[in-house]
Write a new protein. Structure first.
Length: 85
């Protein structure tokens, strides 16, 4: 049995200017936003070496993370939601 993609996950969102500075121009579906965020985090070495679930923010991410210098991956997806409309 083939599972169909959840249409809610494919809905494109408008991105805030701060989020577009990291993941590129929107609109993008939430899954694509998270995927591009991880690409950015890995290419800039922002994943914490001791605890891989934590992300260390650079200047661009600190704006998205509400000024926090470190968040965990679950908190990250919650904070990113505030930049989608």
């Amino acid at each position: 049995m083939v599972r169909k993609a959840n249409p809610a996950l494919l809905k494109p969102y408008n991105l805030s200017a701060e989020l577009e500075a990291v993941v590129g121009k929107g609109p993008l579906p939430r899954g694509q936003v998270v995927k591009k965020l991880w690409e950015y985090i890995k290419s800039n070495g922002l994943q914490d070496q001791q605890n891989k679930r934590n992300i260390n923010a650079d200047e661009k991410l600190r704006v998205i993370f509400g000024g926090k210098s470190q968040v965990n991956m679950f908190e990250m997806t919650k904070l990113v939601s505030g930049h989608l409309s």
